[in-house]
Structure formats: C-alpha cells, structure tokens
Design a protein around this ligand. Structure first.
Ligand SMILES: [Zn+2]
Length: 143
C-alpha cells in the first residue's frame, strides 16, 4: 500500500502503474507533469488539492524525498482532516472531488516537446499531443 504515502511520485499516475516524479510549480506546490495533480505538503502531510495545476513549473531538479501521508482537502484547498487510507479511497477522492485532467492542452503539447527534446524523455507523449493538435514543432514549414 505505497500508494497512499506521498514520496514524490504522483499518486494518481501510480494508480495506473506509472511512476511520475512530481515537480515544483510556481505556487509552489508539487505538480505532476503528466496529469497536473497538485500536492501541498504541510505539517508532514501531503494535501491533494482539488484543482489541477497549469504545467507552469519552476525549472529546478529538486525532487521530493520524504514520506508523507496523503490527505484530502475541502473545496477551498484546506485540509478536511480525512487521511486517505487506501487506493480505493484515493481513487474515489480523485474521481469525485478532484478536477479532472484534460488530456490535450497546449501546455501539455509544449511541455511534452521540451521533455522529449531536452530531457531525454520518450517521444510518445509528444506524438500523442502533436497528432491531436496537428502541430509538429519539428516541421520547419510552420512558423
Ligand atoms: Zn500524475
């Protein structure tokens, strides 16, 4: 049951067996580059915020390296005192309370390109976004 402990990986992506390191965004919260889930760490608790981030990351390489219990927040992003006890609880909270992630956004298109080009990440994400928007940054005929 490692899913209900936050140790730097996105808990939502972990449910899909995808280990994604969360990064610091401008607020600064921890945000998943893939699904934009946001976490605020306060008093050794990892608060899962109900609204998603916008992919506006701080360009640092800091990774979260502690272990915190995941907790719910209310609609104003304050902790509501409920610890997330297992993956079923987590899934339910993500599905019913947290804003859903949009699969295709311009920010994701740009971030996936930057990740693939400059961060040695696989091209798949970028191709998916690129095909959706019919924009390919590798195509020199577009401005
Ligand atoms: Zn995620």
């Amino acid at each position: 049951m490692t899913n209900t402990i936050f140790s730097g990986k996105c808990p939502q992506c972990q449910l899909l067996n995808d280990d994604v390191d969360m990064r610091q965004n401008n607020y600064p919260f921890w945000e998943c580059p893939k699904c934009e889930l946001q976490i605020l760490v306060e008093d050794e608790k990892a608060l899962i915020l109900r609204n998603r981030g916008k992919g506006e990351f701080i360009y640092n390489l800091i990774k979260f390296n502690r272990e915190c219990v995941l907790v719910e927040t209310d609609s104003h992003s304050y902790p509501n005192g409920k610890e997330i006890i297992d993956t079923v609880h987590l899934e339910k909270y993500l599905k019913n309370k947290v804003q859903q992630s949009e699969e295709f956004t311009c920010t994701k298109l740009i971030n996936s390109y930057v990740n693939f080009k400059f961060d040695n990440q696989p091209e798949d994400n970028y191709i998916k976004q690129s095909e959706h928007f019919k924009i390919d940054f590798e195509d020199n005929s577009i401005q």
